[in-house]
Design a protein around this ligand. Sequence first.
Ligand code: SF4
Length: 228
Amino acid sequence: MYAEADLLPLSAVQHLAFCPRQCALIYLEGVWEENRLTVLGGLAHERAHEERAEFRDGVLIRHSLPLHSLRLGLSGIADVVEFHPVTAGGIALPGREGQWLPFPVEHKRGKPKPDHCDEVQVCAQALCLEEMTGAAIPRGALYYGEPRRRTPVEFTAELRAETEALAAALHELVRVGETPRATREPKCRSCSLVDLCLPAPVRRRRDAGAYLRQALQASTEADGGESA
Ligand code: SF4
């Protein structure tokens, strides 16, 4: 069990799952690049982080719900936690009859990704909710802006174990206090910190791609907007 003063940001497990160096740059060195992707991500979060509760189609929806887990040493704010009515295995809610099962929904910009870093983040939220409420939470969801739809997430034993291991690794990263060395990988091209982190060859490839897209767009406009 961790002390409250030692809790770390829940969202850091997602960064750690993506790249330990990115996680260290953000949380140890305070580096953050406000690029188009992070701005859009921030806007998606702002919309989800308007504090309110609503009741819709028999489901109680809480926005910006604070979460924590002393077992994992994490704390954060869930975008959305729904409370679904159930006949057994739920929890009581103040002022409401019956039992309710928490169902976390993490909002993300863009499309579902090939990795499962986002699944880790919503699983960490579920583990916090389980510790806070005593309920067993079997599933949640990710909401992606493109297309605007939900992707269900099952909190399997494997995903839970990976999330717990990442939480422990996050505390170890902070304890050691050293930023891992950069290793160039395909994922660097989609990393918001690539220009601050490293590999010039990766940056050159990305810059070349941007140049080619701009050239193609200019050529398309010159042709009257038609393309093959
Ligand atoms: S550019 Fe690559 S190595 Fe550097 S932080 Fe991003 S993903 Fe990690």
